[in-house]
Each structure stands twice: as structure tokens, then as C-alpha cells.
Design a binder for this molecule. Structure first.
Ligand code: G6P
Length: 489
């Protein structure tokens, strides 16, 4: 969590997100191991260091005892992190239930859970109550650490109720809220039983941000159609109070990746990987094992490609890193078995005694190994069915200055709006189209690869996470000043 420069007085920023950038594992009664968390939000925010920042969130572990809570608080303080302690029941109802079984699929156009409609309806109320309770617990911790003048930046679908809780504490707090997922069309959002309450809570913020203009537009139409409020070019107005709504496309700390490629251990990794995959083109997928990432669709497209192009069968390998996530949610457990079954079948079908076409890993890689893998890749496959932005596509581009590999990118990822001109855009549901794009990417002439890479590399290295955070926070500061001026007039 960015180094702070003591000589420059920086604005204090409280970043509030469900998950801290480090997850804790208990190693003794009062000892802890801290591991870096996965996910786009963490990878974007890690590089930000122009603020005097503190991160408030859940450490991903149940700590029922006071000794544990005290020692973990101390360990996290060294990383400028402040924990919110959530007990098992809350985690079950709020995180597994309302956040990841209801909001997450809905916001990614997968609809409300279908399987057992009655059970879902019954548990809905209790999960929403837990969601509000958890948001209130986050607000309590923010309020405890808040100092006048601080900027409070709330993140993601877990904390839609937080802006309201914070403004109820102190209406003068500068509060921004940013969504890292898509915001769906208002016709999807209106199916959510708690649709109005959530919109109203978000509108309590001073500034509301999204990755793309489309998501911002969907949010404004949800407010106008569902709440009957007025949408203006600047945002949403309710009884004279304007909530600014705008798009702030996120980026990565590209220098961190570029610098890593110069490290001796990364160079060693690159050499090993090149030897390991000698004579074959490397295709790569890096995803959390989540239904929105379209992993089965991607693998089926790869199978179709091998089926139709026997000549490539021993000349290409697909490395798929599928990082386990939300493993207590049944949908995610089902996905894991489904992916294993498909990979097993394809490897059985096209493998030989010495090689398999798909290397599937059920775990994350450390940062250096990941950079090396990005650097040796010829074609990256990002086939999300929907994705707020997708920073894997950015990370891949940042590591490709030498190889100039090709990015195949879903048109349903937010990144398609920024990297679309350099990538090959695909509809991930269309397995035939993706298979054809794989063929095209693998045999693309070098001048075309270079041109496409140049476009993407320029974007990724100029639209960084630093710039994203600075723009959002300065816009938030300005919004609050403008609102004060308006009320004085
Ligand atoms: C996405 C979400 C993040 C979340 C991450 C990892 O990127 O937008 O808010 O932290 O996934 O998911 P998890 O449930 O493990 O925190």
C-alpha cells in the first residue's frame, strides 16, 4: 500500500472497500501472516501513493476473540490498513448471500438466482438486513477514524448503503462512491427488490463514479425511471441536491510491471518458461474462477480451434490460471467442477504421452511469476461474459513491449472501450467466432501485431491507476466546493 513521502503534506484519504488489500491468515494466538488479496480493485489501488491513505475493510478472516482482534489490528496498522470485523453469520448473509449471490450476478446480467426461487425470496429479506448491518459496521469504523477534511472513497457493490450511513453520521463528510462492476440497464436493476433503497443510499454520496460512460448512463436512467428523479448532464438531482455522476476508467500501475521484467528472478522465470514451451505458441487466460469470466466458453472455443486446425495441435498450449474465489457460494463450486470436467475431456482428447493442450492451474501465481508468464505469451484470451473493466488485459499489454502479443478481448468487458482498437474484439458466447479469432491471432503478421500493441501500450502506460485516483479525488473535492457555493448563493 504505496509508500508515503513525509516531506509533502498529502490529503488524507480513507479508502473503504469490502476487502483489504491484504488477507490475514492466523498463524498463532496473536500472530498473523498477511497475503496480498486478488482482484481488480486491489491491483489498481495498490500503486496509488499521492495521498496520505488508509484502507478500511475486512481482512477475509473470522476473528471472534479480543486478543486476536487486537493483534490483527496492530499487524494491519503497519500496512496502513484498518480492519472491520465481520462475524461468520454476517459474512454468510452479507458477503456470500446478498453481495455475491444477488448483486454480483445481477450486475453482470446473469439475473437474480433462479434455482430455488422460493428459498431465494425467503432469504432475501434477511440477507438485505445483513447487508445494511454490515455497511453500518463499515460506517462505524470510518467514523471512528475520520478527521475533518478527509476524503472518504467507498468502493464497489458491497458498500452501496455506506454513503447514506456516512452522511447520517456527518453530512459534511466528503463522500465518493465508485463501482468496479458494470451497472446494468435499468430494466435489469428494477428486478431487484431493494432497488430504490440502494439507489437512494448511493445518491447520498457527493460523487458517484463508474468505469464507462454506459454504466454511468444506466445508473442515471435507473434513478430517473425507478425513483422518478431528474437526470442532468452532470448527474442526478433530488430536491435541489445534485449528486455528480461520471465515468472514470481505471488503469494499472504499469511501471510496476515494466520494472519487474528487468529483475533477475523474472528474467530467470522467463527463460525457464521459454524452454518449457519451446516450439509452441503460448496462449494465456488469467481469471478469478468466476462465472462472469466465461472460462468454460473460452476453453470450448479453444477446443473448437484444435478440432478445426489439426496442424496446430502440437504447436500451441493454453495456460489457464483460474484463481479460486468465493468458494462458499454454491454457484462457484459448480463452476469449478464444470471447468475441471471440460479441461479433463479436452486434454484426454488432444493430449499425447508428453504434452497436454491445456495447462490449468487452480491457484494464483506470485507477482514475478505472473509477469514472466505475461511476457512469454503470444495470445491473451479475455472472454468475460461481462466485466466492469478487466485489468488482466492491461497487465498483459504492459508486459508485452518485446513480444507484442495479441489480445483477444470480450466486447462485454469495460476494457473493450479503451483497448478495442488494438485488441481483437469478440462475443465470448460465439464459440465459432472466438475459435476463428484464435487462428487469426496466432498467425497475425508482425507489422499488424506491432501496430495493435502500440495502440494498447500507449493507452495502458498513460491511463494509469495513479491518474485515475487523482482525477476522481480532485473531482470529488471540486464537487463539494461547487455544492457549497451553490447553497451559499
Ligand atoms: C472484483 C470485485 C472486488 C473484489 C474482487 C475479488 O474485482 O470488484 O470488489 O474484491 O473481485 O473478489 P472477493 O470476493 O474475493 O473480494
Amino acid at each position: 500500500w504505496g509508500k508515503q513521502d513525509a516531506r509533502v503534506r498529502k490529503q488524507r484519504l480513507l479508502v473503504v472497500a469490502n476487502r483489504l488489500p491484504v488477507s490475514a491468515v492466523r498463524t498463532g494466538e496473536d500472530s498473523w501472516a498477511l497475503e496480498i488479496s486478488v482482484g481488480g480493485l486491489v491491483s489498481a489501488l495498490l500503486g496509488i501513493n499521492e495521498f496520505e491513505a488508509r484502507w478500511i475493510g475486512w481482512a477475509g478472516v473470522n476473528v471472534p476473540d479480543e486478543v486476536g482482534q487486537r493483534s490483527l489490528t496492530k499487524a494491519l496498522a503497519k500496512k496502513r490498513c484498518i480492519p472491520v470485523f465481520l462475524d461468520e453469520e454476517i459474512v454468510h448473509q452479507y458477503y456470500n448471500g446478498y453481495c455475491n449471490n444477488i448483486l454480483w450476478p445481477l450486475f453482470h446480467y446473469l439475473g437474480l438466482p433462479q434455482e430455488d426461487r422460493l428459498a431465494t425470496t425467503r432469504s432475501f429479506q434477511s440477507q438485505f438486513a445483513a447487508y445494511k448491518k454490515a455497511n453500518q459496521m463499515f460506517a462505524d469504523v470510518v467514523n471512528e477514524h475520520y478527521k475533518e477534511g478527509d476524503v472518504v472513497w467507498c468502493h464497489d457493490y458491497h458498500l452501496m448503503f455506506l454513503p447514506k450511513c456516512l452522511k447520517d453520521y456527518n453530512n459534511k463528510m466528503k463522500v465518493g462512491w465508485f463501482l468496479h462492476t458494470p451497472f446494468p440497464s435499468s430494466e435489469i436493476h428494477r428486478t431487484l427488490p431493494s432497488r430504490s433503497e440502494l439507489l437512494r443510499s448511493v445518491l447520498a454520496a457527493d460523487l458517484v463514479g463508474f468505469h464507462t460512460y454506459d454504466y454511468a448512463r444506466h445508473f442515471v436512467s435507473a434513478c430517473t425511471r425507478i425513483l422518478g428523479l431528474e437526470g442532468t448532464p452532470d448527474g442526478v438531482e433530488d430536491q435541489g441536491k445534485l449528486t455528480r455522476v461520471a465515468a472514470f476508467p481505471i488503469g494499472i500501475d504499469s511501471d510496476r510491471f515494466i520494472r519487474a521484467l528487468e529483475l533477475p528472478q523474472v528474467k530467470d522465470h522467463i527463460k525457464e518458461l521459454k524452454e518449457r514451451f519451446a516450439g509452441r505458441k503460448v496462449m494465456l487466460g488469467v481469471d478469478r474462477l468466476d462465472m462472469i469470466k466465461g472460462i468454460p466458453q473460452k476453453i470450448l472455443a479453444f477446443e473448437k480451434f484444435l478440432e478445426e486446425n489439426p496442424i496446430w495441435r502440437d504447436k500451441v498450449v493454453l495456460v489457464q490460471i483460474a484463481v479460486p474465489t468465493r468458494t462458499d457460494v454454491p454457484e462457484y463450486q459448480k463452476l469449478s467442477s464444470q471447468v475441471h470436467e471440460i479441461v479433463g475431456r479436452i486434454n484426454g482428447r488432444f493430449g499425447t504421452l508428453t504434452t497436454v493442450p491445456i495447462h490449468h492451474l487452480d491457484r494464483s501465481l506470485d507477482f514475478h511469476a505472473l509477469c514472466a508468464l505475461y511476457a512469454v505469451t503470444d495470445v491473451a484470451l479475455v472472454t468475460s461474459l461481462r466485466d466492469g473493466m478487466n485489468l488482466v488485459s492491461y497487465e498483459f499489454v504492459a508486459c508485452q513491449a518485446l513480444r507484442k502479443g495479441v489480445l483477444i478481448l470480450s466486447e462485454f468487458a469495460g476494457a473493450a472501450q479503451s483497448l478495442g482498437a488494438g485488441a481483437i474484439l469478440v462475443n465470448p458466447w460465439n464459440v465459432t467466432e472466438v475459435a476463428a479469432s484464435i487462428g487469426y491471432a496466432l498467425s497475425m503478421p508482425s507489422d499488424e501485431r506491432e501496430k495493435r500493441h502500440r495502440h494498447n501500450f500507449t493507452h495502458v502506460t498513460t491511463h494509469t491507476s495513479q491518474e485515475w485516483a487523482e482525477t476522481f479525488v480532485s473531482e470529488l473535492n471540486d464537487t463539494v466546493v461547487e455544492a457549497q457555493l451553490r447553497t451559499r448563493q
